[in-house]
Design a binder for this molecule. Structure first.
Ligand code: ADP
Ligand code: MG
Length: 301
């Protein structure tokens, strides 16, 4: 099987967890151990989010005032380099002898995407209400509710086209454990002359991962995060997550924008367009999720 494993940025740096180097390394190691279980039996392409990490880099960039803060295309590229390096380092220990590689992926978005006027992607640390108000007053940043706190919000346009798919496919064919579309890909807009220009945005990796999985003919798409699956009674979840669901059932519920909604929508699109399965579950349960003994399985109506 060929599987796309989308690792949550919020599972690699948990909410409220300081993004220390050692912490990121520890979480990358745990993720790599889970990936390796699957990669020993199947071909895998790894993608990852970058919400907490790109927010951290933005704060670091803003702290050095001799240089204007970097835009989010630059920060996205930095975050993808950092995260995929840590994953490759950890995978080297888990899969000795296996080649790994990372591709920095440019992803085209529309300059007219309505998301540019309505930032909905939470990034960086979680603030309490007072802190977020103080920051909003000092900066031009938008804030949004995320769980019990508030986080900075960035425009998150839909991916339209993944660039460099031929390179992805040839590396997969060569048996390389590949990491790509990190942070949802680096958002670029195509200019009139065919060149590209980066834009101030963070694409949700769930959508880019679904698009990638369809493009490379993946047998399954796993959206792996820090919760066991999709709960219909979130945030007061009492029972277990949904075990199996169709796009029609899922679309009858409302999910949190910027976190569970993009996962559910991305899973539904992959399933509807390919007839194959998508799963949403915890990183630590990854191989059980693939075997459909954990997580939420999304399957065609
Ligand atoms: P990732 O970085 O893995 O994409 P997100 O924060 O974007 O993580 O999405 C996962 C989070 O979605 C969970 O940690 C949980 O707090 C939140 N969430 C919101 N609604 C739900 C729901 N209905 N079921 C499960 N989790 C939910
Ligand atoms: Mg997310």
């Amino acid at each position: 099987m060929l599987v796309v494993l989308a690792l949550g940025g919020n599972a690699l740096v948990r909410r409220g967890e300081p993004a220390e180097e050692a912490t990121q390394r520890r979480n990358a190691r745990a993720a790599a151990a889970a990936v390796a279980e699957i990669a020993r039996e199947h071909r895998v392409v790894i993608t990852h989010g970058n919400g907490p990490q790109v927010g951290l880099l933005a704060l670091q960039s803003a702290a050095y005032t001799d240089v204007r803060p970097y835009a989010f295309d630059m920060l996205g590229a930095e975050s993808a380099g950092m995260i995929s390096y840590l994953l490759e380092e950890a995978l080297a220990a888990e899969l000795p002898g296996r080649e790994t590689a990372t591709l920095l992926t440019l992803v085209e978005v529309s300059p007219n995407d309505p998301a540019f006027a309505d930032p909905k992607k939470p990034i960086g640390p979680v603030y309490d209400e007072k802190e977020s108000r103080a920051l909003a007053a000092r900066t031009s940043w938008h804030f949004m509710k995320d769980g019990a706190g508030f986080r900075r919000a960035i425009a998150s346009p839909m991916p339209q086209r993944i660039r460099g798919l031929a390179a992805v496919e040839s590396l997969v064919r060569a048996g390389v454990v590949l990491i790509c579309v990190g942070g949802g890909g680096i958002p670029v807009v195509v200019q009139a002359d065919g060149s590209v220009r980066g834009v101030e945005a963070v694409i949700d990796k769930d959508f880019t991962s679904a698009m990638l999985a369809e493009a490379i003919g993946a047998d399954a798409l796993l959206l792996l995060t820090d919760v066991e699956g999709v709960f219909t009674d979130w945030p007061h979840a009492k029972g277990p997550p949904l075990r199996k669901a169709t796009p029609a059932l899922l679309r009858g519920h409302q999910f949190a924008p910027g976190s569970m909604a993009p996962k559910v929508e991305a899973a539904c699109r992959f399933v509807e367009r390919t007839g194959r399965r998508a799963m949403i579950g915890a990183i630590k349960n990854m191989s059980k999720v693939l075997k459909e003994t954990a997580g939420t399985i999304v399957l065609a109506d």
